[in-house]
Design a protein around this ligand. Structure first.
Ligand code: PLP
Length: 479
């Protein structure tokens, strides 16, 4: 492909995206395909000779698009949002075109420095405790990882290494492998699967503790777990609190948990993958109470802050702990400014060596929208979820209804099989997409505001789907 074809293909790709995104609402949000559908249309080997971009675009429309789940559709209400936005799309394109890899400062000074700057902007916008901010007085810093899972794993690994260093001094009678085998961490049973996985990947035991009746992990539960484990000769090293659980967007009680962790010198990580966005809203300041006890925190810009996947912000209170734990020297990685705080080598803060220039998308998106727009955009989503909940609450066939941020939930009165049937039928129609969770040990259906530019008409549409399927289902049950 030469530069002229690049121009033509590029323009055609933008035109395709404009048409795709403009009409996204009109497409069934879930595809009508069976596993293996694509293999029928694809050759078993890559082409020997070049093919034209026109042919490739044709096949994209013909074979790939019909197999897509439309995450940017405002009729997608599953999981949490993974929104894109026009400036972010442009940022993604520019990033790919510029094509730098910034694992140390020297590899692309602007990439590293822009990341420090946007992570400081974002930390201030979210009103994070000052100790996390790159511009704060301490040793705090921010990095953009690919996912919340990576951020959590990095935090767990850093906490593990910190505890091993501490125990070498406090308990010289224990060998390092003894210490490692005794480590134990904590999260709530409602925490994301990423927490359990971080235990598997870090070869440490992570206990998932019971939450209260409203899915909140409480201080006394953490305290008891720590005391029991210490009495059994174990060494507590990390606790992952969740601000915005995946099921019902519950907020663990960091104000209670924080002081306990401090007392036992246990690292507190805060997983605010979705709900962290709401830290920028003064009316939701209460959800981050206790964050001042945090040693590290993650929040996905690619969930609810207009930057497309992958873009997961992570801050750490003492960035030196990462460098101390994960620094591997090689002559080819040396540069004359290494170790300077204004020029962090992000390779020490993450799993991979190479890294994307993610901050470019963030910078373009933040400058395009500004703080006020983003705050109002979040408020709009919260109001839309409230609008949906109002419809549900007026219908006495439903129970266990609730809302947290832009997530609403509900279930049909009766046993779980009825709610499962309802959900199954809704998703089989493919017009909207919803997923289940557990609340009060019962199956509930989650309804999250997602997609590009959701509007009131999308809420009416979704409620109409839910109501229509409920009418049909209950009529059949009575017949
Ligand atoms: N934590 C929470 C609370 C989540 O809701 C999710 C995903 O929805 C994750 C972590 C995992 O996010 P990621 O896919 O970025 O690893």
């Amino acid at each position: 492909m030469d530069i002229n074809e690049f121009r033509e293909f590029g323009h055609a790709a933008i035109e395709f995206l404009i048409e795709y995104l403009e009409t996204i609402r009109d497409r069934p949000v879930l595809p009508d395909v069976q596993p293996g559908f694509l293999q029928e249309h694809m050759p078993s080997e890559m082409p020997e000779q070049p093919e034209s971009w026109q042919e490739i675009m044709e096949d994209l429309k013909k074979y790939i698009v019909p197999g897509l789940t439309h995450w940017q559709s405002p009729r997608f209400h599953a999981f949490y949002p993974s929104q894109t936005s026009f400036p972010s799309i442009i940022g993604e394109m520019l990033t790919a075109g510029i094509g730098v890899v910034g694992f140390n400062w020297m590899c692309s000074p602007a990439a590293t420095e822009l990341e420090v700057i946007v992570m400081d902007w974002l930390g201030k916008f979210l009103n994070l405790p000052e100790h996390f901010l790159p511009s704060g007085k301490g040793n705090g810093g921010g990095i953009i990882q690919g996912s919340a899972s990576e951020s959590i794993l990095v935090a767990v690994l850093a906490a593990r290494e910190e505890k091993v260093r501490e125990m070498k001094i406090k308990r010289p009678d224990l060998s390092e492998s003894d210490v490692r085998s005794k480590l134990v961490g904590y999260g709530s049973i409602h925490s994301n699967s990423a927490i359990e996985k971080s235990g598997l990947l870090s070869a440490t035991k992570i206990r998932l503790l019971d939450a209260d009746d409203t899915s909140i992990l409480r201080g006394e539960t953490v305290q008891k777990a720590i005391e029991d484990d210490i009495a059994n000769g174990l060494i507590p090293f990390v606790c992952i609190t969740t601000i915005g659980t995946t099921g019902t967007c519950a907020f663990d009680n960091m104000e209670e948990i924080g002081p306990i962790l401090k007392k036992y010198n246990v690292w507190m990580h805060i997983d605010a993958a979705y709900a962290g966005a709401a830290f920028c809203l003064p009316e939701y300041a209460h959800i981050k109470k206790g964050a001042e006890y945090g040693d590290s925190i993650n929040f996905n810009l690619h969930k609810w802050m207009l930057v497309n996947f992958d873009c997961a912000a992570m801050w750490i209170k003492d960035a030196a702990k990462l460098t101390k734990s994960f620094n591997v020297e090689r002559i080819y990685l040396d540069h004359k400014y290494q170790g300077e705080s204004k020029a962090p080598d992000y390779r020490h803060w993450q799993l991979a060596l190479g890294r994307r220039f993610r901050s470019l998308r963030v910078w373009i998106t933040f400058r395009t929208y500004g703080q006020e727009y983003i705050r109002n955009y979040l408020r709009k989503h919260i109001n839309l979820a409230g609008m949906f909940l109002n419809y549900v609450n007026k219908d006495d066939r439903f129970e266990e209804t609730g809302q947290s941020l832009a997530l609403a939930y509900f279930r049909l009165k009766g046993d779980d099989s009825l709610t499962r049937k309802l959900l199954d039928r809704i998703n089989t129609r493919r017009n909207i997409y919803l997923i289940p969770a557990f609340y009060h040990n019962k199956v509930i259906i989650r309804f999250v505001i997602c997609g590009l530019d959701p509007q009131e008409k999308d809420i009416d549409y979704a409620w109409n789907e839910v109501k229509t399927v409920t009418d049909e289902l209950l009529a059949e049950m009575e017949a």
